[in-house]
Design a protein around this ligand. Structure first.
Ligand code: ADP
Ligand code: MG
Length: 573
């Protein structure tokens, strides 16, 4: 080995390593899932690069992953013939964390182990999870296309540093050898490893091979003797997983566990998804999509630069991660795969921006997601409530961003209202309309900084008296969203603090006459008040909207609401 050097891990890696080893202890078996997942990614990249340069295959285009073990040496080895890594790639990928937001992620950690293990799951543990069970990890790798002598040996004990040296490796790809910690010997076992591959990696699209074990009882006794005599050429391997891309299989053939495992593979999420939608479409636009709704919002949901988007495949060949052209921004939390026959295999991000098929796919996939959400709302109120808590504020960007689907999006919105009286956003517009009073023509709402202010607004007095429901909006985005909305099912939206109140047919003739009489009586008072308040208000009117308070401030129909004023002020306007 030549050009050997010892390098320190990036600070974030050290923190992550420490955290992982301490908080994922009860979930330690996931290291195998992570390493096989990386091997599969590397195989996909290999196939992709070979599309334009078949020489990279070096005569071996059967991509696979091998898992083996040595009971005596207490090692587990995961080997792939994927793309491999150059020396620089090894330093970049196995010494730092490239993901954006790592620092902010780490600063979010609370020190509470159960909470932190949730967070770390969201972040995706990846390669470093090897150190949960190993106290030394050796990586031997050669990038496809580089000479045999340009292979790299990386080694680390997972403490502060790693060494890296040049070595020779005949086969391209990566071999990772885990030297198991004292007490983790259970993983150097064929039965254990097989069951883990089946549990976590069945959906991997490449064969995960393990040495055939002869389970015939008569031969069991001299199995050990047998193994030591075998030369590598004699070893027979068999696939332990199904080795077909999961989304290409039919729905009826897949169970929930398989869908969930696949979700974890593509999302790096630790938790199960809340829901998913798997569709195969044939005809002019041919595609298969598998879209997942996560249970929890990622920590970087509000970071506009955060990676998002679907995994794109063309005719089952992996093309790219984070293809963000296939869903609108307000659905950025959706994870999944789209595999289309309408795009060309040498498609790039630039080409995607111009391809009209992309727009068609985007339209179709957006509908899939909205339908999945509508179905969830209808069939599982609890799950929908949990979805709304996590992602409701993002969905509220939808009506403005996606005019074509406005009606569908409006049906998905949930609000707090005077009907329930709690701050939980649980009332949908369809429900509101169904409860409207006879003669009520508008959907009433009030916007305030917080729930208590909204609920105690003097503007609500008349509505309470008449038993008319008012939506109580308190999210930062609400006023802006409402300014984009005109009506829902023919009923217009009305801010109760704005302009003249006209409660339509809800008011009886008798009430109207009474109101006019009162107005006449108060005319002289109004005439005296107007000059006094002139500098501060634009008009003084008799109102019937109050029952307990003597007076209130009302905004003009076209005035900016209070929330918007604050946002503009904060922005220095
Ligand atoms: P992620 O898979 O989310 O990118 P990981 O920590 O699992 O994060 O892996 C970090 C990076 O190391 C990968 O993105 C990849 O570039 C590289 N890598 C890991 N394992 C392999 C492998 N078997 N073959 C080639 N590259 C790999
Ligand atoms: Mg990974």
């Amino acid at each position: 080995e030549t050009r050997s050097e010892t390098l320190g891990f990036q600070t974030e890696v050290k923190q992550l390593l420490h955290l992982m080893v301490h908080s994922l202890y009860s979930n330690k078996e996931i290291f195998l899932r992570e390493l096989i997942s990386n091997a599969s990614d590397a195989a996909e990249k290999m196939r992709f690069e070979a599309l334009s340069n078949a020489d990279l295959y070096e005569g071996n285009s059967e991509l696979n992953v091998r898992v083996s073990f040595d009971k005596d040496a207490k090692t587990v080895t995961i080997e792939d013939n994927g793309i491999g890594m150059s020396r620089q790639e090894v330093i970049d990928h196995l010494g730092t964390i490239a993901k954006s937001g790592t620092a902010s992620f780490l600063s979010n950690l609370s020190g509470d182990q159960s909470k932190d293990s949730q967070l770390i799951g969201q972040f995706g543990v990846g390669f470093y999870s090897a150190f949960i069970v190993a106290d030394r990890v050796d990586v031997f790798t050669r990038r496809a296309g580089l000479p045999i002598t340009e292979a790299v040996h990386w080694s680390s004990k997972g403490e502060g540093e790693f060494t890296i040296a040049n070595t020779e490796k005949a086969a391209r790809g990566t071999r990772i050898v885990l030297h198991l910690k004292e007490g983790e010997e259970e993983f150097a076992d064929g039965w254990r490893l097989r069951s883990l591959v089946r549990k976590y990696s069945d959906h991997i699209a490449f064969p995960v091979l393990m040495e055939k074990e002869n389970l015939d009882l008569t031969q069991e006794e001299d199995k050990d003797a047998d193994q030591t005599e075998k030369t590598p050429a004699q070893v027979e391997y068999e696939a332990v997983n199904s080795a077909t891309a999961l989304w290409t299989r039919s729905k009826s053939e897949l169970n929930d566990e398989e869908y969930k495992a696949f979700y974890k593979h593509i999302s790096h999420d630790f938790a199960d998804p809340l829901s998913w939608s798997h569709n195969k479409v044939e005809g002019n636009l041919e595609y298969t999509s598998l879209l997942y709704l996560p249970e929890r919002a990622p920590y970087d949901l509000w970071n506009r630069e955060a990676p998002r988007g679907l995994k794109l495949y063309v005719q089952r060949v992996f093309i790219m991660d984070q293809a963000d052209q296939f869903l609108p921004l307000y659905l950025r939390f959706i994870k999944g795969v789209v595999d289309s026959n309408n795009l060309s295999l040498n498609v790039s991000r630039e080409i995607l921006q111009k391809d009209p098929n992309v727009d068609k796919l985007r339209g179709a996939l957006t509908k899939r997601v909205l339908d999945m959400l509508a179905k969830l709302a209808k069939e599982d109120a609890d799950k929908y409530a949990s979805f709304w808590k996590e992602f409701g504020q993002v969905i509220k960007e939808g009506p403005a961003e996606d005019y074509a689907n406005r009606d569908k999006i409006l049906k998905l919105l949930r609000f707090a209202s005077t009907h329930s009286g709690t701050s939980e956003q649980s009332v949908g517009l369809e429900e509101y309309v169904a409860r409207m009073q006879e003669g009520q023509e508008k959907i009433y709402y009030v916007v305030a900084d917080n729930f208590n202010t909204a609920k105690n607004s003097p503007h609500l007095e008349i509505f309470r008296k008449k038993g008319i429901e008012v939506l109580l909006l308190t999210d930062r985005i609400d006023e802006w969203m409402m300014s984009q909305l005109f009506d829902f099912e023919g009923k217009s939206f009305q801010d109760v603090t704005k302009g003249e109140l006209n409660l339509g047919e809800v008011e009886s003739e008798e009430e109207k006459q009474q109101q006019e009489a009162t107005a006449k009586q108060l005319e002289s008072l109004i005439e005296r008040l107007k000059p006094v308040l002139e500098a501060r208000v634009s008009d003084v009117r008799v109102t019937h909207r109050l029952t307990d308070s003597p007076a209130c401030l009302v905004l003009g129909d076209y005035d900016m609401g209070l929330q918007m004023r604050k946002i503009m002020e904060a922005a220095g306007q």
